[in-house]
Design a binder for this molecule. Structure first.
Ligand code: ATP
Length: 289
């Protein structure tokens, strides 16, 4: 049996540079892996793909991204046997944390070791981008600049060890809806990507915090004022800045000291007991065996 921890991601920045002829958006985003993980267990079986997940909300058929990843892997590498996959879901669903992409990435990494195919991260990323734009980042992990649809990646220096508070209000936001909403309403604030890149290069945490920005935030906050409310509570309780991750609605803040994020988390949980709240470390790139 092979076990893989599939990490969630946050967007330290998310900018939209334009719309492409294929309907996707050209993005520019700084992505960071965080230690909130689904656990994926993979075992060989004689034939076919069996998928079990410990939450009822998710499909376990071919519409699940992990199933999709397993199918693609078996097909491309002409593997005759099948695979049984079990997922312990910890990453909130439709949260802006790339939970589905993380499961697809973790499945590809796990299959590579289960079937001893010895593919490099680059080769796995080529497969991963067929499943979703965030899958290559989830295979690589760590801190990266993503452009194109999100699949063109450049590794950035590791951040100093930071702690992240993640808080998801009890609403789900579809990625497609968030992008459509942005197309209608735009954003008055775009990230200064050069500023965050130089803050990351020099390990200047306050510079990173100052540069946190997401063009999807404004339009999403209009429809879901709870996002703004969570940001307010975090910044009034120790966080220098707070930002919505990806297409939302999860809000996060970062700090060097874990206790600062635990304090902000406790205050938010007091105000909103139905929030899903986690305090986790930032994590470095994945190693592939
Ligand atoms: P992103 O940050 O990439 O936009 P997200 O965190 O907003 O992603 P996900 O949790 O990845 O959203 O889920 C988006 C949709 O993908 C869900 O509505 C779900 O039905 C579908 N999905 C398919 N497979 C999975 C999976 N293994 N885990 C979570 N969602 C999945």
């Amino acid at each position: 049996m092979v076990t893989v921890e599939a990490n969630a991601k946050i967007n330290l920045t998310l900018d939209i540079l334009g719309t492409r002829p294929d309907g996707y958006h050209d993005v520019e985003m700084v992505m960071q892996s965080v230690g909130l993980s689904d656990i994926i267990y993979l075992e060989r079986r004689e034939k076919g793909i069996s998928l079990q997940i410990d939450v009822p909300e998710l499909p376990t058929d071919k519409t699940n991204l992990a199933w999709n990843a397993a199918h693609l892997f078996l097909d491309v590498y002409k593997i005759q046997s099948g695979v049984s996959i079990k997922i312990k879901k910890k990453i909130p669903i439709a949260a802006g944390l790339a939970g589905g992409s993380a499961d697809a990435a973790g499945t590809l990494i796990g299959m590579n070791s289960l079937f001893e195919t010895r593919l490099s991260k680059k080769e796995l990323c080529k497969l991963g981008e067929k499943i979703g734009s965030d899958v290559p980042f989830c295979i690589e992990g760590g801190t990266m600049l993503a452009t194109g649809r999100g699949e063109v990646l450049r590794r950035l220096p590791d951040l100093p060890q930071l702690f992240v508070v993640l808080a998801k209000p009890p609403v789900s936001v579809s990625t497609a809806w968030a992008y459509k909403n942005y197309d209608k309403m735009g954003s008055t604030r775009h990230p200064d990507t050069n500023a965050i890149l130089s803050a990351i290069t020099t390990g200047h945490v306050e510079g990173i915090e100052k540069a946190l920005a997401n063009v999807l935030e404004e339009a999403t906050m209009k429809a879901y004022p709870i996002v703004e409310e969570y940001k307010r509570i975090l910044t009034e309780n120790g966080a220098t800045e707070a930002l919505m991750s990806g297409s939302g609605p999860t809000v996060f803040a970062i700090a060097r000291e874990k206790k600062d994020m635990e304090h902000a988390a406790a205050m938010l949980s007091h105000a909103y007991p139905d929030a899903a709240i986690f305090v986790v470390p930032t994590v470095k790139q994945n190693t592939i065996s």
